[in-house]
Design a protein around this ligand. Structure first.
Ligand code: MLT
Length: 393
């Protein structure tokens, strides 16, 4: 066949990180079907959807079943009620958005990948370690990728003074997946100033903002100057347990202009062509999750997960194992005991204790020797994991 393929795909790891883990776990369970595996790997929620969300889903399903209230295609950008709900959520952090700036999506992962569509061949700046989607999606379009190293020395919060001054697309995830490190207002301001000065664009992933504990920015748009240099991508996956329900949003400020072209109409154009909008039923669920009563329920679920995080952290403290995270994020980021590599520790936990975690090196080279545990398990399975770890470590 003479059809050319996108050869950049050859530069990717063979599998997406969580797929490799799933394959290893499946191979293990085939050999040991009697063993009970505890899954603290992929950051997937386990609590069911909240009452307000379920009520909204039922009501929306009923609407779809009646001629008068049935909905076909919606706006690609989202229904007004969902956009309003997002705008009110931002208002609670003191951020005022224009309706045209909010684009409802089916989640942050898709938008993190899709956003590359509106940029040309720029250099990319990616923290290491971080959520692997930023790297993979830029490898897919053949971009030159630069890494900024996050480490214990900089509290896993790399700063712009560690970077050569030029234009980049800069990815920032705060609270960070996997380390849980959160930028303060002052630190984010330094990134915003750097981006404005170098004519860079920040892609700010705030998927874990609802887990923030303390006085940290939930949105990049809390920072002065960000409207001329940042796009924000967020999701209800972790906030409202929507990992299987799928709703998120992207915010592209009207003032954001690159090489004389405004990005907001470009993203609008991209979405209008390639996306037909998030399902009405799901947007109704999202609206309910962001309503005051709905958000209160989400916060209760978050508190439950954060108690899991505390229990895991207490155990690691007791065992003298260095770790961070678990305060403003649902992840515990730990140093593998006995100088094990990330995959060695993964294999040890799987084979000896039947616990699945995520090897730190899957988030970048700087993650080698580290490991991530999620607090998204049930209380019961988290306690069982703790009991197994307590005996073994
Ligand atoms: C993770 O485990 O890092 C997340 O669940 C991945 C995601 O949100 O796509």
């Amino acid at each position: 066949m003479s059809i050319k393929v996108n050869e950049n795909y050859q530069n990717l790891e063979q599998n997406y990180l969580f797929k490799t883990i799933a394959q290893k776990v499946n191979a293990y369970t085939e050999l040991h079907p009697d063993k009970k595996i505890i899954r603290l790997g992929i950051g997937d929620v386990t609590l069911p959807l909240t009452n307000k969300v379920i009520e909204a889903l039922h009501a929306a399903v009923d609407e779809m079943g009646h001629q008068e209230t049935f909905k076909g295609y919606g706006n690609e950008q989202g229904y007004d009620f969902a956009i309003d709900a997002v705008m009110k959520h931002y208002q609670s952090y003191g951020v005022t958005l224009n309706k045209k700036e909010v684009f409802i999506s089916d989640g942050a992962k898709s938008d993190c990948g899709n956003i590359t569509d509106i940029f040309g061949d720029n250099e990319i700046l990616i923290p290491d370690p971080v959520y692997p989607v930023y790297l993979d999606s830029n490898i897919m379009c053949g971009r030159k990728i630069n890494f900024i190293q996050a480490s214990q020395e900089n509290n896993f919060l790399p700063m712009p003074n560690e970077v050569e001054k030029k234009s980049y697309i800069i990815y920032i995830c705060s609270p960070n997946n996997p380390t849980g490190a959160v930028y303060s207002k002052d630190q984010l301001k330094q990134w915003v100033d750097f981006a404005n000065e170098t004519e860079s664009v920040i892609i700010f992933d705030s998927a874990y903002e609802a887990y923030i504990h303390g006085d940290y920015p939930h949105s990049i748009f809390e920072i002065e100057g960000s409207r001329t240099c940042a796009i924000e991508i967020c999701s209800l996956s972790k906030t409202a347990g929507f990992t299987g329900t799928r709703m998120g949003w992207t915010i592209v400020p009207i003032e954001l202009v690159c090489s004389g072209t405004a990005l907001n109409p470009m993203w609008n154009r991209r979405q209008s062509t390639k996306f037909n909008g998030t399902a009405y039923i799901i947007q109704k669920a999202g609206e309910a999750a962001l309503s005051p009563d709905g958000f209160k329920e989400c916060k209760e679920h978050i508190a439950y997960y954060m108690e899991n995080a505390k229990l895991l952290s207490d155990l690691l403290n007791k065992k003298g194992i260095w770790h961070t995270g678990g305060i403003s994020s649902p992840y515990i980021w730990l140093k593998c005991p006995n100088n094990m590599s990330s995959w060695e520790f993964f294999d040890y936990l799987l084979n000896e204790l039947q616990i699945v975690g995520t090897p730190g090196c899957g988030f970048g080279q700087q993650g080698e020797g580290y490991f991530r545990l999620t607090a998204f398990g049930s209380r019961e399975s988290t306690l069982e994991a703790i009991e197994r770890l307590e005996k073994a470590l």
